[in-house]
Design a protein around this ligand. Structure first.
Ligand code: ADP
Ligand code: MG
Length: 406
């Protein structure tokens, strides 16, 4: 029986079996959809499908031009056709590669390359935050990473800062809790395994600082259950107005910048020492600035700029959640360079449009937005959307389901 809570199970025993069926199907689908005289029958268009990529090439002279319009058209066809056996990884621009081998000449020496992921990325299901101690080991880079979906990991060393965007109720705070819990465990693991000597620190630093302008009950519960003195949690108390809370947040960020500057000074003296990774989480970044005066907002922008521009080398990471990532001080919450440094980007929304993707995923045009498939499953309450990492390749995303914030 069909159960949408279970991951999709493919009927193909191997990728080779699927390729044997899908490659001719792609050919005929393209043939049927080309409005000019080109087709694979006239040998103008060629298709090579592999387990992790698909090449589409033209045999010149053809009526079709190998340009962005053609790429978008093929991307749209592939995205729906290959679902649910493959996921097409969306990349902006024309990804042209050289072809080699028998039968390759000047007429067909180039191909459009589409990167694929064999099978869907499945949602992780965590009973409780205890499960976030299980990290993923990357054999290729010999490093521990944070699993976000099956086959999709986050490495805070290569991708230091995170943005989570989405409307209210889309699952941002839950995503931040999950990221925080993983990040803390990840930092412990890295610390234990790194054979280098610990660098001296001027102050005793928390491992995680959470700035939560809404005082979310689940975020608070996470800090109570998992803080153990290593998490600094900042939420407004009832007597405090917005401006006072922003001042407290700025103070905490200023301390982080001081730690960062001190670590830089240590690094210049001793190059081979390790620092404990420190994560700073700001939820509802736009809401935090509401009601703040110009001076406080200026200071906040400057501190966030410093952390995102210089944090990586000092093991300092920023994780931010906001309903909008509009840049600029009047209605926005971040500067453009700082936003560009948020390399792990997550947009939580069951439908992606050029409109809601315009701040974090400005490279997505209307065409691409319409061709993205956000495959949903039975976990309706948990977030879905799109994600991209340092490679800026966009794929559908499902936030891990969290049973309880215990
Ligand atoms: N990953 C998840 N796992 C389980 N429940 C979730 C998840 N994401 C969201 N939810 C449910 O949806 C509610 C709203 O999510 P929340 O993270 O507070 O949204 P936002 O912060 O975007 O307003 C949560 O209180 C929770 O009940
Ligand atoms: Mg929230």
């Amino acid at each position: 029986m069909y159960c949408d809570k279970k991951p999709y199970v493919s009927g193909y025993r191997s990728a080779l079996d699927a390729i044997a069926t899908y490659e001719p199907m792609i050919r005929s689908a393209i043939d049927a959809k080309m409005s000019n005289g080109d087709s694979s029958v006239t040998n103008n268009i060629g298709v090579d499908l592999y387990v992790d990529k698909c090449f589409i090439y033209l045999n010149e002279p053809s009526e079709t031009t190998l340009d962005l319009d053609f790429k978008n058209q093929i991307e749209r066809i592939l995205t729906t056709l290959l679902y649910p056996e493959w996921v097409v990884k969306h990349r902006s621009g024309l990804n042209l590669v050289a072809r080699t081998g028998d039968g390759v000449g000047s007429a067909n020496a180039r191909a459009l390359k589409f990167d694929l992921h064999w099978r869907l990325y499945d949602r992780l299901v965590l009973r409780s935050l205890g499960s976030t101690t299980t990290l993923a080991y990357n054999d290729q880079t010999n490093s521990w990473e944070i699993p976000l979906m099956t086959d999709y990991n986050w490495n805070p060393i290569t991708s230091p800062h995170v943005a989570v965007s989405g409307l209210t109720g889309s699952g941002k705070t839950m995503q931040l809790i999950i990221l925080n819990s993983y990040a803390k465990n990840w930092a412990d693991q890295i610390w234990i395994e790194d054979p280098r000597k610990a660098a001296p620190e001027k102050t005793k630093n928390p491992n995680l600082i959470i700035i939560d302008p809404k005082g979310d009950s689940k975020m608070r519960e996470y800090c109570v259950n998992h803080g153990f003195g290593s998490v600094e949690y900042l939420a407004p108390d009832l007597t405090q107005n917005q401006a006072a809370f922003l001042a407290r947040a700025n103070e905490a960020l200023k301390r982080v910048v001081e730690v960062m500057n001190y670590r830089y000074s240590i690094k210049s003296k001793y190059s081979n020492v390790k620092f404990r990774h420190l994560f700073v989480t700001v939820d509802e970044m736009r809401a935090l600035l509401e009601g703040g005066n110009k001076k406080a907002i200026d200071a906040f922008f400057e501190l966030i700029d410093l952390i995102t521009l210089k944090g990586r080398a000092a093991g300092i990471h920023l994780i931010c959640g906001s309903q909008s990532f509009l840049a600029g001080k009047s209605d926005g919450c971040i500067s453009t360079p700082a936003r560009d440094n948020l390399t792990l980007r997550i947009l939580l929304s069951p439908t992606i449009t050029a409109e809601n993707a315009r701040f974090l995923f400005k490279e997505i045009d209307k065409n691409q937005a319409e061709s993205l498939i956000i495959d949903t499953d039975g976990y309706d309450c948990a977030g879905v959307g799109i994600i991209s990492n340092t490679d800026r390749v966009i794929v559908p995303y499902k936030v891990p389901f969290l049973g309880s914030v215990k």
